[in-house]
Design a binder for this molecule. Structure first.
Ligand code: NAI
Length: 327
């Protein structure tokens, strides 16, 4: 029998974990013929809740699920892991300074990066969901010098999917009619959803909508959607975040379709003026199990200023964690 792929989920007892684990176990993360075993990492106080989720996973009798481990130990969780979904993070609390937030998360993502470095499988792929996702990914990556840097990624696929949906509703088309959407920069309010390369029926999306809608409705709606969900639901996005994590890993492993691309935050190689090493969102394709930045796109002045602003924020976050000695 085929060896199962080990998938580690941190923050497994949280709300994204609850929306994510069942979809992984059902075969949606990797493919309907790939057996998986799950490792659920939690803090000690939440291990019992994770055990409850594991009971429910058992009760689904998923044919592809070959085992579940629940632990608060980093070595156990990441031992031999092929896919690490780093979801658990410390949320920003009222009155917390940004430096405090980065420092607290450094205490989580540094040790996790080191455990991945020391114990994960050679082909390990890491997706950071926990916020601030791009910078947490940078912290984990810098603690894992033996793992190729490109294996550390952060999630902007939720922003990408939000952009697809907003544009589809505006133009009364199906999301499948839209190609080449891009989110640039940081997974934060400065992110830049780009309609100047997105295509709808072969036409450039920015030419199908009025400029005021693009600037004053589309961009802020996508960038502030997370806050709107909290306002409406009384809790942050969970099922849609889990869905985006599934999309990100599925495409990374299985490839993106010809004639289209997606968005993911991956280590910059200097493309589009993004300083090398920053984990920034780009238009990407996945080929042979690797993300590649789509090259050769022309960037107009408006897009340039938006991309630069978000990338500058990433640079400031990197400087801050450097000063704290976290990278
Ligand atoms: P949650 O608070 O429901 O769950 C987080 C879980 O992580 C908790 O069960 C907690 O015990 C656990 N945890 C905390 N520290 C841990 C550690 N050191 N090791 C293992 N587990 C740990 O939060 P939720 O809603 O599941 O969100 C998780 C993260 O995802 C948050 O940081 C949130 O901001 C982020 N997020 C990111 C999105 C993106 O698009 N990149 C979208 C939505 C949420």
């Amino acid at each position: 029998p085929e060896t199962p792929v080990k998938v580690t989920v941190t923050g497994a007892a949280g709300q994204i974990g609850y929306a994510l684990l069942f979809r992984i176990a059902s075969g949606q993360l990797l493919g309907a013929d790939v057996p998986v075993k799950l490792s659920l990492l939690e803090i000690p106080q939440a291990v019992k809740a994770a055990e409850g989720t594991a009971m429910e996973l058992d009760d689904c009798a998923f044919p592809l699920l070959r085992g579940i481990e629940i632990t608060d130990d980093l070595t156990t969780a990441f031992d031999g892991t092929n896919i690490a979904l780093l979801v658990g993070a410390l949320p920003r609390k009222a009155g917390m300074e940004r430096g405090d937030l980065l420092e607290a998360n450094g205490g989580i993502f540094g040790p996790q990066g080191k455990a991945i470095n020391d114990h994960a499988a050679d082909d390990v792929r890491v997706l950071v969901v926990g916020n601030p996702a791009n910078t947490n990914a940078l912290i984990a990556q810098s603690a894992a010098p033996d793992v190729p840097a490109e294996r550390f990624t952060a999630m902007t696929r939720l922003d990408h999917n939000r952009a697809l949906s907003q544009l589809a509703q505006k133009l009364q088309v199906s999301v499948t009619d839209i190609k080449k959407m891009t989110i640039w920069g940081n997974h934060s309010a400065t992110q830049y959803p780009d309609l100047f390369h997105a295509e709808v029926g072969g036409k450039i999306a920015a030419e199908l909508v009025d400029e005021t809608w693009l600037r004053e409705t589309f961009i802020p709606t996508v960038a502030k959607r997370g806050a709107a969900i909290i306002e409406a639901r009384g809790a942050s996005s969970a099922a849609s975040a889990a869905n985006a994590a599934i999309d990100h890993v599925y495409d990374w492993v299985n490839g993106t379709p010809e004639g289209d691309w997606t968005s993911a935050a991956i280590p910059s190689d200097g493309s589009y003026g993004v300083p090398e090493g920053l984990i920034s969102s780009f238009p990407v394709v996945s080929r042979g199990g690797k993300w590649e930045i789509v090259q050769g796109l022309e960037i107009d002045d408006f897009s340039r200023s938006r991309i630069d602003a978000s990338v500058a924020e990433l640079g400031e976050e990197r400087d801050a964690v450097r000063q704290l000695g976290l990278i």
